[in-house]
Ligand binder design. Sequence first.
Ligand SMILES: Nc1ncnc2c1ncn2[C@@H]1O[C@H](COP(=O)(O)OP(=O)(O)OP(=O)(O)O)[C@@H](O)[C@H]1O
Ligand SMILES: [Mg+2]
Length: 452
Amino acid sequence: MTEKSYKILVVDDEAGMRQLLESAFRDRGFSVSTASNGDAAIELIQTQSFDIVITDLRMPGRDGLGVLRAARQFSPDTSVIIVTAYGSIETAVEAMRLGAHDFIAKPFKLAEIELKVDKILKSKPEEEPSFSPSPVSRRIIGESSHTKQVLRMIEKIGPSKSSVLITGPSGTGKELVARAIHECSPRRTKPFIALNCAALAPGVLESELFGHERGAFTGASARRIGRFERAHMGTLFLDEVGEIDPAIQTKLLRVLQEGEFERVGGSEPIRVDVRVVAATNRDLKEAIAEGRFREDFFYRLNVFSIKLEPLRKRPDDIPALVEHFLKKFSSETGKRIVGVSDDVMSFFMRYPWPGNVRELENILERAAVLAEGDIITMQEIPPDMAFVQEPPEEEPGQPPETASLIERTDELESQMIYAALERFRWNKTKAAEHLGLKRTTLQYKIQKYGLE
Ligand SMILES: Nc1ncnc2c1ncn2[C@@H]1O[C@H](COP(=O)(O)OP(=O)(O)OP(=O)(O)O)[C@@H](O)[C@H]1O
Ligand SMILES: [Mg+2]
C-alpha cells in the first residue's frame, strides 16, 4: 500500500459478506465503509468520495445496477466492482456496459477480489494531475485584451476554493467562464452542478439547494439530496444569484461561512466541501441599496470577481468568434464556409450586439444554414438587423474625449500594423505573429484602416 489511504465502499445485504470484506480490506490499510442496501449506498456515494465501490448485484430495493448508475452520475472517478451470483452472467455483462469496472462471481476467494482492487488502484493516478490549460478555457475565444485578461484571471483563481462572482449582460459568456473556473481547479474531476436560481419559487429553491427530509412538507414522500450535497468536492454554479430571496441568502451565507447546513425538515447539520461560483446580470450594489440583497452575502460571494464586458465594447473579439462559430456550424451543416464577406464583417464591427456573443452565435448559425457559397454575405443577415447602422450610444457620464481617444488609438494601431507589414515585407503571417494577432484579425484591421 502507498501512503494514501484509499476509500472503499462495500455494499451487500448479507452481513457476513460485509464483515468479511470490511475486515480484509481494513487490515490492508484501506478506509472501509459499508452499506446494507442500495439506497444507503447511494446516499454515501452522493456525500463522500470513494475510490472503489464493491457492490452485490441482487439486493432488495435498489440493486447493484442502481448503485452503479448513481456512482457513474455523481462520482465518475469511482470504480465499481459488481459481485454476482453464479449464473447471472448476462447481468454482469449489462453492468460492464453501464460502466462497471469489473465483476466477480460468487463464491470467490478473498485473494481474487484483492487482486482486482489492486489492479484498479494501480491504474489510478496517484496525485492530482498538474494544471494544464483546460478544454473549456480553450473554448473561450477572443483576441481582445479584455478576454485575454479574463482567461488569465480564470487560470489564477481556478485552484483556489474561494467564491467567485461573475457579472455581465446576458449572452456574454458567464456560464462558460464558470465552467472554465471549475475545469481549471483541482475539483475538475468532481461534479459541476448548475442551478438557475431565477427559475424557482423560494420554497422549491430552498429544497433544491439543501435537499429535504421525508415528510418535510406535503408531498415530500422520500428524503431528497440537494444540490450542495451533490456538488460535494466539486463546484456549485448559482446562476442569476441576484434573484434569490433574502431568507435563502441568509442560509447560503451560513454554508459559505461554515460549510454546513440542514436539509429542509432536518435537524442534523450536514457538512460539505463545495466551491461556489455565482453569476448575475444585475447590479448587485443597487440591489443592496434597495434592500433586496444582503451585503454580507455579497462580500462572501465576491471574493473574486470577473466582470464580462458587452461584446460591442470588445470588437476585437469579433473576427476570432466569427471564425470559431463558422468552423463549428460548417461541420454541423456539412458545408465548408470559410468566412464572411467584407461588408458583413464591417457591419458586425458596427452593430451594437444587444444579445452579445449568444446573438452573434445565433446569427451565424442561421447564416450557415442559408449560405449558398463558401462565404457568408449580407444576403444571409436578417434584414431587420442590418437597419441598425448607427454606432451604439455611449453610456451616460462618459467624457466627451472618448471619440478622440478611440481615434488616436486607432491611428497608433494603424501605424504599428503598417510598420510591421513593411518590416516583414507584407508577409501577413509573420506580421501577425510579431503583433500577437491572429492572421484573420490582422486581415480585418488591414481592411479597416485601408492599408492595402
Ligand atoms: N468568448 C466566447 N467564446 C466562445 N463562445 C462564447 C464566448 N462567450 C460566449 N460564448 C457562447 O455564447 C453563448 C452564451 O454564453 P453563456 O450562456 O455563457 O452566457 P451568459 O452570460 O451565461 O448568458 P445569460 O446571462 O443569458 O445566461 C454560449 O453558447 C457560449 O458558448
Ligand atoms: Mg447564463
